[in-house]
Design a protein around this ligand. Structure first.
Ligand code: TEU
Ligand code: CA
Length: 555
């Protein structure tokens, strides 16, 4: 397998708004990140993925960009950015930027022009269509609820927005759009950034004719078959590779909603013609219900194993995996796949970390995950800030599809705001995130769960992540070894091996709050434990695993 620095790295995702506020306005900022670089150095990560810091009216917290070459005022200045980049590089930490180019903000100069007239030179930068019988051009719903079309009086036409109304989709079929995007990317690369995480990049090419979608559960048609992995997406990414990516040494990861194995092999092929790796979401969708993500269904371990194993096996030697449990769009993993009770929070957070970090691929840690941060006890809908959560609440409750009580329960379980409350730095006011009023409430459990306490304590979740990250840097088998699943039928244990040349590891994870016994394969009996989340026990033939116990054994 071809070696690459980004295959051997661990990435840490920062959601700047919620990371660290340096000036008391209640909003995290770039200088706050610079202040905390030593904390990240201590954790041992190699790369930061920075969620968007560009100028934005913040309809979707920075994922609606009005100027790609300016920094959001609330976050600081371009000088602050340059200093952060230099300080990170000084510590051997690389910085990957979020690239949001499926859409812009409606306040971007291109869209302001585009709206002016049908003849405007920027008109074809976006996707404008005539109405059909006085209604929207098709039945597509937006990801953030409601129709995916907005009627614009000025020119008596509709524009497409797969996300919010303030996020009009760019028309990638227009070569001028591609040229503008590539030149902006080159500008950032020349500045010295180390890569891109590409927002919904699988959605940039739409099927011609924009056909109606199937209506299921909700009120609108499903656009995904016509916008995900569309007809020209690989051609456009190959062009991007040629014009930008191939000229620098970058980490590139495409956020690919709806990506299949076959598609992933094209996006992230080892040949390096498009991207380095993709984020796939199948394992994040296994606990969906009748109303897609709005559900409190629990995932079945066999389903989770089957899915992750498929990705491990099928991409090996052909493309590269990214590994994640969390990001700014997902609830906290310890509350979702683990157990966030007082008794089991720490041990289950460590078990989940072991399970993911021992796989093949590049692991991503989302801010606060390394502390075992949990979901948030939101008390009412007014406490949510996230456009997706607020819109979904109104659409489902007002249409009577979901009761108020059920919807609140689903939001507390799945809302993106679970991941967006401030980073818990210490047990002081506002968890040490800000001296002012935080833009979103702080999880009250910061008094017990916070970085200051965990950095000092040898058996904390933080110290455990630190060990896992260091292990990956030491052991090639963890990066490149072949993965094989054992016990596929077990609903209790996730067991797999990793093998490279003479090296072989056995990873055993108990996903339950009960003791479970396990018959260890002969070759591992009596062998050395590499890492474990309990007091180390001798590896006997018949192992008894404690609740949420995780053990890695070396042959
Ligand atoms: O998310 C893409 C995406 O597909 C979302 O629908 C995601 O599945 C959803 O938020 C989960 O509830 C990206 C960004 O990560 C997200 O923060 C942005 O809001 C979105 O694109 C639009 O830019
Ligand atoms: Ca601030």
């Amino acid at each position: 397998m071809e070696k690459k620095w980004w295959k051997e790295s661990v990435v840490y995702q920062i959601y700047p708004r919620s990371f660290k506020d340096s000036n008391g306005d209640g909003i995290g900022d770039i200088n706050g990140i610079t202040e905390k670089l030593d904390y990240l150095k201590e954790l041992g990560i190699d790369v930061i993925w920075l969620s968007p810091v560009y100028q934005s009216p913040n309809d979707d917290n920075g994922y609606d960009i009005s100027d790609y070459q300016a920094i959001m005022e609330e976050f600081g200045t371009m000088e602050d950015f340059d200093r952060m980049l230099a300080e990170a590089h000084k510590r051997g930490i690389r910085i990957v930027m979020d690239l949001v180019v499926n859409h812009t903000s409606d306040e971007h100069a291109w869209f302001v022009e585009s709206k002016k007239s049908r003849e405007n030179p920027y008109r074809d930068y976006y996707i404008w269509r005539e109405g059909k019988d006085g209604k929207e051009p098709n039945n597509w719903g937006s990801v953030f609820n409601g129709s995916a079309w907005v009627y614009d009086e000025t020119t008596d036409m509709y524009y497409l927005h797969l996300f919010s109304k303030k996020q009009p989709d760019l028309n990638w079929d227009n070569p001028k759009v591609r040229e503008e995007v590539f030149s902006m990317m080159n500008w950032w690369c020349e500045k010295g950034i180390d890569g891109f995480r590409m927002d919904v990049i699988s959605m940039i090419s739409k099927v011609e004719g924009l056909p109606d979608g199937k209506v299921q559960g909700g009120l609108y048609g499903d656009a995904s078959p016509y916008v995900q992995n569309g007809p020209h997406v690989h051609e456009y990414l190959q062009e991007m590779n040629k014009e930008v990516l191939s000229k620098y040494d970058l980490l590139t990861v495409g956020e690919c909603a709806g990506v299949t194995i076959e598609e992933a092999k094209k996006y992230a092929s080892n040949k390096g013609t498009e991207l380095g790796m993709v984020f796939q979401f199948e394992h994040m969708d296994l606990d969906q219900g009748e109303f897609s993500k709005w559900s409190d269904k629990k995932v079945k371990l066999t389903a989770l194993k089957e899915n992750l194993t498929k990705w491990q096996n099928e991409l090996e030697g052909k493309a590269w995996n990214s590994l994640f449990w969390c990001n700014h769009d997902q609830p906290r993993v310890v509350s979702r796949f683990g157990n966030d009770s007082k008794e089991y929070r720490e041990v289950s957070a460590k078990m989940l970390a072991t399970c993911l970090h021992l796989m093949q691929g590049t692991p991503y840690v989302y801010q606060g995950e390394e502390l075992g941060m949990t979901n948030v006890p939101f008390a009412s809908v007014d406490e949510f800030k996230d456009i997706e959560s607020i819109n979904a609440y109104h659409e489902y409750v007002e249409s009577g599809l979901i009761s108020k009580e059920d919807m609140m329960r689903y939001l507390c379980y799945k809302s993106r705001d679970n991941a967006r409350t401030p980073m818990q730095w210490n047990d002081q006011k506002n968890a040490g995130f800000t001296t002012g009023t935080p833009w979103i409430k702080v999880n009250p459990n910061y008094v017990e769960i916070n970085a200051e306490e965990e950095v000092k304590r040898a058996d904390s979740v933080f110290s455990y992540y630190k060990k896992l990250i260091a292990l990956r840097h030491q052991e090639e088998v963890i990066v490149y070894g072949h993965y094989e699943l054992l016990l596929p039928e077990s609903e209790e244990l996730y067991v797999y091996t990793r093998e490279l040349n003479e090296e072989k590891l056995l990873v055993i994870c108990n996903f339950t709050d009960k003791e479970v016994s396990y018959a260890v394969p002969d070759e591992f009996v009596g062998k050395e434990i590499l890492i474990s989340n309990y007091e180390e026990q001798e590896i006997k033939q018949e192992l008894s695993l404690k609740p949420y116990e995780a053990i890695v054994v070396r042959r």
